[in-house]
Design a protein around this ligand. Structure first.
Ligand SMILES: NC(=O)c1ccc[n+]([C@@H]2O[C@H](COP(=O)([O-])OP(=O)(O)OC[C@H]3O[C@@H](n4cnc5c(N)ncnc54)[C@H](OP(=O)(O)O)[C@@H]3O)[C@@H](O)[C@H]2O)c1
Length: 433
């Protein structure tokens, strides 16, 4: 056994740099907690000539993955490159070469997690991924270990900091989607290509990971319904407040009677709920379990130091297992046979905002369409809008209804001559703890 643990670091961007700096800063602490020092042997980058602020000159950089994957001294690989390929291929190659792996990569874990975990188990190495969801928030550990005695029935989360920042600003400042996005990009919270955030893909990856672990089944990213925040308008925030709600990009998965429904979309949450109060770039994850009842984990969902905190916790866990020669703990099998439901099966309340001609009888037509499909009205707000008062904005909230019926109702509403547009439909979630 060497006198230290040699690490290969793949990626030296926001996260990788945070890890490299934290390994230096926390060298003493890590050594104490593990029982032996850790050292980054090589770091893989795309371009070794890039100037890297804060990185020690002693750190040996390479553009060749084999300098890590085929290096017998390196027993632990940290993957912090991002993207599906080649990150997935390198993780698999590291496992196949008998190296332990820590990854921050939600896309790889959402798409290939079960296969990679199986490969790691077959090879007798550990694959840990605390940083893949919620940045610095401990959530994978609690799901795998601390709450292991529970049957988890629901995961409700705000797990995309970019959109939560934008939504928070839209609510507090009354700005529109485009202005909120510009602001998030100027502050570095949103990438120049923000599609993965604003369209809900990033949150769907994370929810797939959480739901798989929570329900001990395989929920892949394609099983998660997703709808982003592009359609949210200042009016929606205004009506939400008037009705006592807060809008959030909700990631939620629920297990009911052997079925799982996982979805990411904007939602009205009652303003008094804990998740409704999670603002800005913060993330939070709520779990419902039969023993614990309810637990919420909240903190910074991204950033160099919080993410390094999660990655190094995994390094400590692996380091301890290596030092203690205690055998390598593996994640529990994801073998529960659950049926993945589609959104059509959802039953919840809805907010519908539409524009119609401001004429007598229009409201009666709208309520008739909804009533025919058993969509009951809980409240109606009607306001005159437009220059000459010929258009009315109608805002409806419904009682609990079936998604398929509501979607059918929207199609019928759009076909009415008197309805100019259905401006938005937002699900109202009152079941969230
Ligand atoms: N940013 C966060 O706050 C955060 C939080 C939690 C999880 N994560 C996850 O952590 C991962 C990394 O994110 P990041 O923000 O640190 O990304 P980033 O800043 O874009 O850094 C990516 C790094 O990987 C290197 N890289 C990328 N592709 C490569 C390839 N094919 N070969 C060699 N090197 C390659 C890049 O090299 P060059 O420097 O030479 O370009 C760069 O150093 C992602 O999976 C992300 O989802 C990020």
């Amino acid at each position: 056994m060497a006198d230290h643990i040699s690490i290969g670091l793949m990626g030296l961007g926001v996260v990788g740099t945070g890890v490299a700096i934290a390994v230096q800063e926390q060298a003493e602490t890590l050594s104490q907690r593990i029982g032996t020092p850790v050292r980054i042997e090589r770091a893989l980058v795309r371009d070794v000539r890039t100037r890297r602020e804060g990185i020690s000159e002693d750190l040996s950089l390479t553009e060749n993955p084999d300098d890590i994957l085929k290096n017998p001294k390196i027993i632990l690989v940290i993957e912090a490159m991002g993207g599906e390929h080649p990150a997935y291929d390198y993780i698999l190659a590291a496992i196949t070469a008998g190296k332990h792996v820590v990854t921050a990569n939600k896309e790889v874990m959402a798409k290939h997690g079960p296969a990679l975990l199986q490969a790691a188990a077959d090879k007798g190495v550990m694959l840990r991924f605390e940083a893949s969801v919620g940045g610095g928030i401990p959530i994978i550990g609690p799901l795998l270990d601390d709450l292991a005695a529970n049957d988890i029935s629901a995961v409700n989360a705000i797990i995309n900091g970019t959109t939560n920042y934008m939504i928070t600003r839209m609510a507090s400042e009354g700005i529109d989607y485009a202005a909120a996005l510009r602001e998030a990009q100027a502050l570095g919270y949103a990438e120049p290509d923000s599609a993965a955030d604003v369209d809900g893909t990033d949150a769907a990856f994370k929810l797939a990971i959480l739901a798989s672990l929570a329900f001990r089944t395989i929920v892949s990213d394609t099983d998660v319904f997703r709808e982003g925040i592009r359609r949210l308008a200042p009016e929606d925030f205004h009506y939400a407040e008037e009705l006592g709600y807060v809008i959030k990009l909700l990631a939620t998965a629920r297990r009911t009677d052997g079925r799982v429904l996982a979805r990411v979309h904007p939602a009205f949450l009652p303003a008094s709920q804990p998740l409704a109060k999670v603002d800005g770039v913060y993330n939070a994850i709520e779990l419902e379990g039969d023993l614990v009842d309810w637990a919420m984990f909240q903190g910074p969902g991204a950033g160099a130091r919080p993410t390094a905190s999660a990655i190094l916790a995994d390094v400590v866990a692996i380091g301890r297992a290596i030092i203690n020669s205690a055998g390598v703990p593996q994640a529990p099998p994801l073998d529960q046979a659950l049926v993945i439901e589609t959104l059509d099966d959802l039953e919840t309340k809805y907010y519908i905002r539409l524009r119609a001609s401001d004429q007598p009888g229009v409201m009666a037509q709208v309520t008739q369409v909804l009533g025919d499909l058993n969509v009951g009205l809980a409240s109606v707000i009607q306001k005159e809008v437009g220059e000459n008062g010929q258009t009315a904005e109608i805002v409806i909230t419904t009682h609990v209804a079936r998604e398929s019926a509501v979607q059918q109702a929207l199609t019928h509403l759009m076909a009415l001559d008197s309805v100019n547009e259905v401006s938005n439909l937002i699900r109202v979630e009152e079941r969230i703890a």
